[in-house]
Design a protein around this ligand. Structure first.
Ligand code: PLP
Length: 365
């Protein structure tokens, strides 16, 4: 049996006619930069998320950078975030010469532990940046009340969680600014790099629109130092073809997750989604003790699996200068040694799920 982790080929076949037509329309008009599809996509993203402004950009990484620049993060400022995430989260803070201040995670959701945030706040703290890891928003109410108390901004790195909710509100509409990634394997992916920034704040929205085109407010007039951070029209065309069916894809991801949980719980530590939240199920992640052996056995049966992430940010060479140690983040440290993500995509059928489950059961030690 052939099992794909994200199954982008079947995804393309599913949307082929729409995608091909949309791409052809862009080619016919040759409007490759900030073309009509980009504007339409931004309107559709606003409708989908409920956020007043959706500004597309070149990647989820650039979306974080644009968000941090919009709130005017300066050298020496501190931004509180999680060490258990993809590098971009901490990297963009450091790129602006600000300091990523890591706060350990919750053992069940793998998201930042809001009860530990307050003691990491200093006079230099400017923002809190939770990550909605594997697709589930962090404890946003608690994080927001800390932010209000200390006059901090909340930026949500929602690269993995487009379409997820917290108290029925979309993840993209929860922070002062929220971001997402349209990397191909993300819940809503394009066929190259892409991302978006969301906000209800007029001032941030206008600034981000300028920052993504080199701070240019009029041709050859540059109000800010910005970046070349636009989304290609061709990528917008791909996203538009998929967005109209995205709600169904989320439902199908949920069905796959429900089946996994029903069949695996009691035998494996399965993911926990808090009652007031939904996950976009970017990943379905188990906790296992003997990860290497298990992965090898799955591989022998052609079942792909992945580890997000084997090395937390506090232990990355590029962050050595911050002087953090593994003992500083015990929960994140154990998670990095135990997490294992198994195939997750909306196209997995019952036979494939049963095959994955039975191989996991056989491989259990
Ligand atoms: C948590 C997180 N933040 C940021 C990013 C960056 O997104 P992109 O790859 O689109 O730059 C990713 C992508 O994997 C991610 O998972």
């Amino acid at each position: 049996m052939k099992i794909d982790f994200a199954n982008l080929q079947l995804q393309y076949q599913t949307y082929k006619d729409k995608i091909d037509n949309n791409i052809q329309a862009v080619l016919n008009r040759s409007n490759y930069i900030l073309g009509e599809e980009v504007q339409i996509l931004e309107q559709e993203l606003q409708k989908f998320t409920g956020a007043k402004h959706a500004i597309t950009c070149s990647s989820g990484t650039d979306a974080i950078l644009l968000a941090l620049m919009a709130i005017d993060i300066q050298p020496g400022d501190e931004v509180i975030t999680t060490p258990f995430t993809w590098i971009s989260t901490g990297e963009m803070i450091a790129l602006l010469k600000a300091k990523p201040v890591f706060v350990d995670i919750e053992a069940d959701t793998f998201n930042i532990d809001s009860s530990l945030i307050e003691k990491s706040i200093t006079e230099k703290t400017k923002a809190i940046m939770p990550v909605s890891l594997y697709g589930q928003p962090a404890d946003i109410d608690a994080i927001k009340s800390i932010a209000v108390k200390y006059n901090l901004k909340v930026i949500i790195d929602g690269a993995q969680s487009f379409g997820s909710t917290y108290n029925r509100k979309m993840d993209s509409n929860l922070g002062d600014i929220s971001t997402t990634s349209f990397f191909p394997s993300k819940p809503l992916g394009c066929y190259g790099d892409g991302g978006a920034v969301f906000t209800n704040n007029e001032e941030y929205a206008s600034k981000i629109k300028l920052l993504r085109v080199h701070g240019q407010n009029k041709k050859y007039h540059h109000q800010y130092i910005g970046i070349g951070g636009r989304l290609d029209t061709l990528q917008a065309a791909v996203l538009l073809a998929k967005l109209s069916n995205f709600k169904n894809e989320l439902k199908d991801r949920q069905k796959v997750a429900d089946q996994y949980t029903e069949k695996l719980s009691g035998f494996f530590k399965t993911p926990v989604v808090k009652p007031n939240r939904t996950s976009a199920w970017a990943q379905y992640t188990l906790r296992v003790k003997n990860r290497n052996e298990l992965q090898l056995r799955l591989k022998k049966n052609n079942i792909p699996s992945s580890v997000f992430y084997p090395i937390p940010l506090n232990l990355q060479e590029c962050f050595k200068y911050l002087g953090y140690k593994d003992v500083d983040y015990p929960v994140s440290d154990i998670a990095s040694r135990e997490v294992l993500s198994i195939p997750m995509n909306p196209y997995l059928n019952n036979n494939q799920i049963d095959f994955i489950v039975s191989n996991l059961m056989k491989s259990r030690i």
